[in-house]
Design a protein around this ligand. Structure first.
Ligand SMILES: *Cc1c(COP(=O)(O)O)cnc(C)c1O
Length: 236
């Protein structure tokens, strides 16, 4: 088998994922075209990413700064880059002009640093606020009850535009058990829209991973972060 044939599983996986997304969208009365699949490419080599781009993927999500930088150098303008992992302040400067959307803003000090770096680059950085809906100690994100004060502060930054919310649901073999997490994030976004903060809209709800994206779609997700269902199980 040549290299190209080896990668056909990516095309097949994508077809399956897209069908599932479409069905979930129709079940909830939504248009599948309004739902973006962000291919989570952590640990995935560039050749496999290129295959996904060939199959119509336009967005890649990375959770480590160094990996994003290395791949950005090689693949640069071939996709939109999303930063989805925990972001340390001292690394913001490296990705400020490479990531199109940072999904994981979870503190004011991080937002402050992003704003400073964005000012220096004369750009407006799009961000999502990570919310820890389930209150898991092992996960990052703001608590629901911290959100309004946080957004009130973030709305003052000149070079940050908040475009929605992100959450990671706890892993559960039966994703029905975590439907409530997605429902809560959606409710929170509606609540926030009602507050009409400056510089803040709720265009994106980034929720749903390989294990739970169908339920996330049913509950209103429009930015899915899907890795292993596309590229296969990660080795490390
Ligand atoms: C790894 C990762 C994903 C994708 O996980 P899969 O289960 O492989 O789909 C989504 N979001 C974040 C923040 C991740 O780190």
């Amino acid at each position: 088998m040549n290299e190209e044939n080896n990668l056909n599983y990516i095309q097949e996986n994508l077809k399956i994922v897209r069908e599932k997304v479409s069905r979930a969208a129709y079940r909830s009365g939504r248009n599948p075209d309004d739902i973006k699949i962000i291919a989570v490419t952590k640990t995935v080599e560039p050749a496999k990413m290129l295959k996904a781009f060939e199959c119509g993927i336009t967005d890649a999500g990375e959770n480590r700064v160094q990996e994003l930088l290395t791949k950005h150098e090689e693949l640069g303008s071939k996709c939109n880059w999303h930063f989805i992992g925990h972001l340390q302040k001292n690394k913001v400067k490296h990705i400020i002009d490479k990531a199109g959307l940072i999904h994981s803003v979870d503190s004011l000090s991080l937002a402050d640093e992003i704003n400073k770096r964005a000012v220096l680059k004369h750009k407006t950085m799009d961000i999502l606020v990570q919310v820890n809906i389930a209150g898991e100690k092992t996960k990052f994100g703001l608590n629901k009850n911290e959100m309004k004060e946080f957004l009130h502060q973030v709305s003052k930054y000149s070079n940050i535009r908040t475009k929605g919310l992100m959450t990671m649901a706890p892993y559960d073999e039966n994703p029905e058990n975590i439907r409530w997490v997605f429902r809560e994030l959606k409710k929170l976004s509606i609540d926030i829209m009602g507050e009409r903060f400056d510089n803040i809209n709720m265009a994106y709800l980034s929720m749903g991973m390989s294990n739970d994206f169908e339920i996330a779609v049913e509950e209103g997700a429009n930015a899915l972060r899907i890795g292993s269902a596309i590229f296969g199980r990660r080795q490390y």
